[in-house]
Design a protein around this ligand. Structure first.
Ligand SMILES: NC(=O)c1ccc[n+]([C@@H]2O[C@H](COP(=O)([O-])OP(=O)(O)OC[C@H]3O[C@@H](n4cnc5c(N)ncnc54)[C@H](OP(=O)(O)O)[C@@H]3O)[C@@H](O)[C@H]2O)c1
Length: 315
């Protein structure tokens, strides 16, 4: 343990961070140890990580001093923010700033910042093809993360910018899976036309992050964009049909219709899908599947992920 490089992991009880914690623990000879950060070390999920062999410490992304303490003595830190807990890009910016300053103060040698594109680089606020949200965003849960990139650079933190992809887990937890229509048949609904979604198992984000820490110095200062597969709505529906043993169709709606669905974040996600579809080359195209597999040789295809998770899809 003493000669291992310790990686502090934010969001350790969640999807991305949890994947990284498990990837590190699954490779005991890999030279890395893990410090799982949680706001509540006594929670069931935190205790599960401790039972697997993780060091578990308390810190809060809103409290820079707690982060500096949690990062202290670590070689690396995995930094992620939690948009869907509060729907506020300003909170993400503040928390990312805390993470950057804490990493600098603690002398962390390699930070991974889990980020996404600032879509305003592609669609300025005065472009009315999609509504401006919150006064200064097109896709709030992307733009805040992309805007926060410079906080790590400005703080002089050695950072890899990890651009993640749509979680296939959203088909289980986010209400995006096949839904039954009035006629009883199943369909998935996305405003992507014939476009492809860059997606992956959330667990594989953490496993790719582990690959980034293992690769080390050559990836510092770079942007690494990851995905498991790039699939059209029709291809996703075909895979669901195969796995569920029942026809699932793809219901292509317009971004305007998707934004009007009214669930919390529908406007943000409608803008997101419009952005990823209209800028497919710049968004999906840069999410390198072979490169992701090089970082994480066990990278899952959608079919493999679906076969392992189909029982959890609420249909
Ligand atoms: N859904 C997608 O398709 C997708 C795709 C790409 C990127 N993302 C982004 O992924 C991010 C969320 O990551 P995730 O899905 O891995 O999160 P998650 O599964 O929701 O887990 C987040 C964990 O972080 C901890 N946490 C929450 N607030 C915290 C705070 N203030 N300080 C410290 N820890 C805190 C919580 O653990 P404790 O309760 O134990 O503290 C929680 O278990 C979002 O910003 C989202 O935009 C999502």
């Amino acid at each position: 343990m003493a000669d291992k490089k310790v990686i502090a992991v934010l969001g350790a009880t969640g999807a991305q961070g949890g994947g990284l914690v498990r990837a590190i623990l699954a490779d005991p000879d890999g030279g890395f140890a893990v410090r799982a950060i949680t706001r509540d070390p006594s929670s069931e999920k935190a205790q599960e990580l401790a039972a697997l062999g993780a060091e578990v410490v308390a810190a809060d992304a809103d409290d820079e001093a707690s982060l500096e303490k949690a990062f202290s003595g670590c070689h690396g830190a995995f930094c992620v923010t939690f948009f869907w807990a509060h729907f506020s890009p300003e909170t993400e910016l503040a928390e990312a700033g805390n993470m950057a300053l804490a990493a600098k103060a603690a002398g962390v040698a390699h930070v991974i910042w889990s980020t996404l594109e600032d879509t305003r680089r592609f669609i300025p606020l005065d472009d009315d093809r999609m509504p401006t949200l919150g006064g200064r965003y097109k896709v709030p849960h992307y733009d805040g993360k992309g805007e926060a990139n410079h906080l790590f650079t400005d703080a002089g933190v050695p950072t890899t910018f990890l651009q993640t992809s749509f979680y296939w887990d959203n088909f289980i937890h986010f209400g995006m899976g096949p839904q039954r229509g009035d006629d009883g048949s199943l369909a998935i609904t996305f405003p992507i036309g014939d476009g492809r979604i860059a997606g992956m198992a959330s667990e594989d984000i953490g496993a790719c992050a582990y690959g980034v820490f293992k690769a080390g110095a050559p990836l510092i200062g770079t942007t690494v964009s990851i995905a498991g597969e790039h699939l059209t709505g029709a291809q996703l529906a075909a895979a669901f049909s195969e796995a569920l043993g029942e026809p699932v169709s793809f219901n292509a709606v317009t971004p305007d219709v998707y934004r009007s669905f009214g669930f919390p974040g529908a406007d943000d996600l409608g803008n997101m899908f419009q952005f990823t579809t209209e800028f497919e080359a710049e968004y999906t195209g840069v999410r390198d599947i072979d490169g992701s597999r090089a970082l994480n040789p066990a990278l899952k295809s959608f079919a493999v992920w679906l076969a392992a998770n189909k029982e959890q899809i609420p249909v």
